[in-house]
Design a protein around this ligand. Structure first.
Ligand SMILES: [Zn+2]
Length: 160
């Protein structure tokens, strides 16, 4: 899609999306009317771009994917599914997707079998925060490193 303004409205499509918990409301559903319109520039009908709907998991907001993803860094997919009232398989798929995205930013040693990896985050150091803004701003910021273990190789590597 080129991003130009639509010349005519084709239809308003109802999208039902899961959103992250909001205060006392644990199960939050967003009903959103998404615009389909005609683009003169592309000479075709297109759906209006919505940047807060997850690009891969189109039934959830990016906010929910982020909350679930952060939780899955600490606890199991099964537990996150139960907390967020979502299927554990969907959580597993989301976690695998996040890992694949993060993997693009990691540089692995050549010739290492990474077909099976185990990961854990360990405390690296705590540094003083410079240029604190506000009375309640944190004075110290902990930094972590992700410890990846390649069990098939029997070696451990640290990545920042
Ligand atoms: Zn267009």
């Amino acid at each position: 899609m080129c991003g130009e303004q639509f010349s005519t409205v084709k239809e308003w499509d109802l999208k039902i999306l899961r959103a992250p918990p909001l205060g006392v409301f644990q199960h939050v559903t967003v009903k959103f009317m998404q615009l389909r319109g005609y683009c003169d520039n592309c000479d075709r009908t297109a759906v209006a771009d919505v940047d807060w709907i997850h690009p891969k998991f189109s039934s959830m907001t990016c906010g929910l994917a982020e909350v679930a993803g952060r939780l899955m860094e600490e606890i199991t997919c099964e537990a996150v599914g139960r907390i967020l009232d979502m299927g554990s398989k969907a959580m597993w798929d989301l976690d695998q997707y996040r890992m694949a995205v993060m993997m693009q930013h990691l540089r692995m040693p050549d010739g290492l079998d990474v077909s099976y990896l185990a990961a854990d985050e360990v405390h690296f150091r705590t540094i003083a925060v410079k240029n604190r803004v506000g009375l309640f701003a944190k004075r110290w910021r902990p930094e972590f490193v992700t410890n990846l273990v390649a069990p098939k190789e029997g070696k451990s590597y640290l990545t920042p």
